[in-house]
Design a protein around this ligand. Structure first.
Ligand code: SF4
Length: 452
């Protein structure tokens, strides 16, 4: 119940990115880790280009550099040689190995190759930890690759033992600004937590005189090991599959899992902060309470500029769900929720967040490309688009503004500094949308529109 009929034979600019790219991002958020693609150099180059243009930070993604011959004879020898090179050059604490379309298609048994590699390296004390994840891109999106990598890391590293006071927070793929916000929020609640992964420094670090081969930051491996002893796990995502890192921790170590939506907008943020109150036994810290109050005030003040505007929202499924909830809160009518993902859970998730709001249900479609989104959008006559940079062409043709959120944003600077989460994130989004609507009014007025 997701694809629009008729189905097209060709895909035009898919509304998703490649699965191992998401895995590489997740590995980048672990201290001392190097992401490694078992595949061709072209795949690694594409991913580096995408990530660099969004974050404006260097990222090394190693690869086993497979060529035509490996498609026939297998990539085992290249994988082992690639690992030797990475270990010699980076001396990493962990190598995160993700497969690509090619290695999945030829059927390389990465587990077996790594087993052989470890046996051959038995006396080598420099051998780092290795985590592997299967990420055939033809069967999923970058978000699914991201979550699969997080799950593999937890599954392969977490250890049990006496419960300690820490909680586990699995935020999914959010911006470095979002991660900094989440970490500060936890401090304000007095909660010790392992946030996995943590890209807040590794993909948004300060300018340095010397380029470090592995950037500072990321979730410490020791903390990941302790995740099997946590007090509880919070995991963001209404569209996640049953098997996730949190589900593994629950099943293996009996750590209760609270699955929440991305805290975008007031309602979903309220749910998150109330959960932190429940865990910590502390009331919502006054500064966050005040931020909520300012947000409500701003919404009242700016309501006239946004009320009744129609929006198309596209991108990663959970981001679409969160943004849809937020838009409905501020009086914008979401008319199309579109994603390239196909979890089969998008519709239910959107229905759930809109259930208590008196708004008509938008068109909700999974597995879309931008050709299909455009066809739908032309009929729905939206006033604005919300999504990543891939919608720029569409916005230009429709002659409506694009509010850039999520990933990738490579036609503006500061993608990594966009705060989507919490009351402050909602405040920023609200101001951007209201000001954009004012700008549209000004630009389209023949007599000027300056004092409001
Ligand atoms: S071939 Fe597959 S793994 Fe490689 S970049 Fe393309 S989608 Fe990603």
């Amino acid at each position: 119940m997701s694809k629009i009929a008729p189905k097209y034979i060709a895909t035009t600019n898919a509304c998703k990115l490649c699965k191992p790219l998401g895995a590489a991002l997740a590995f980048r958020g672990i201290e001392g880790a190097v992401p490694f693609l078992h595949g061709s150099q072209g795949c690694a180059t594409y991913m580096r280009r995408y990530i660099i243009s969004h974050f404006n930070e260097p990222i090394d993604i190693a690869s086993s550099a497979l060529g035509e011959k490996n498609a026939i004879y297998g990539g085992g020898a290249n994988l082992k040689q690639g690992l030797n090179n990475v270990i010699a050059k980076y001396n990493p604490a962990l190598v995160g190995i993700a497969t690509t379309c090619l290695t999945e298609t030829i059927g390389d048994d990465v587990g077996m190759i790594l087993h052989e590699y470890h046996r051959e390296q038995e006396n080598n004390t420099k051998s780092p930890l290795m985590v592997q994840v299967s990420t055939p891109s033809y069967s999923g999106t970058h978000m699914e690759g991201f979550h699969a990598a997080v799950q593999s890391v937890v599954q392969q590293l977490a250890r049990g033992g006496p419960t300690d006071q820490r909680i586990n927070l699995l935020p999914g793929f959010v911006s470095p600004a979002d991660l900094r916000y989440l970490k500060q929020l936890l401090v304000d609640f007095g909660i010790s937590a392992t946030v996995l992964p943590d890209l807040s420094e590794t993909l948004d670090g300060p300018a340095l005189r010397d380029y470090p081969l592995i950037p500072r930051g990321g979730t410490p491996i020791e903390d990941i090991r302790k995740m099997g002893r946590g007090q509880a796990t919070i995991e963001f995502g209404h569209t996640l599959p049953e098997k996730t890192a949190a589900a593994f921790l629950d099943k293996t170590f009996q750590i209760s899992c609270k699955r929440l939506g991305l805290p975008i907008g007031i309602r979903e943020t309220d749910v998150f902060l109330n959960t932190l109150t429940e865990i910590s036994g502390r009331p919502i810290p006054s500064e966050h309470d005040a931020a909520r109050g300012r947000l409500v005030d701003a919404m009242v003040d700016g309501h006239k500029y946004v009320f009744g505007k129609r929006a198309v929202v596209y991108g990663e499924e959970d981001l679409v769900v969160g943004l849809t909830s937020f838009l409905a809160e501020i009086g914008v009518v979401p008319v199309l929720c579109a994603s390239g993902g196909k979890s089969g859970r998008l519709r239910r998730a959107v229905e759930k967040v809109l259930a208590k709001m008196n708004v008509p249900l938008p068109e909700i479609h999974e597995d879309l490309d931008f050709f299909e989104i455009e066809e739908q959008a032309r009929e729905l006559a939206p006033d604005l688009l919300l999504g990543h940079s891939k919608g720029y062409g569409l916005a230009k043709r429709l002659e409506i503004p694009l509010i850039r959120v999520g990933f990738p944003i490579h036609d503006r600077v500061g993608g990594q500094r966009i705060l989507h989460l919490g009351y402050q994130g909602a405040q920023n989004l609200f101001d951007r949308i209201a000001n954009t609507m004012i700008q549209v009014k000004q630009d389209s007025s023949s007599v000027g529109y300056s004092y409001m």
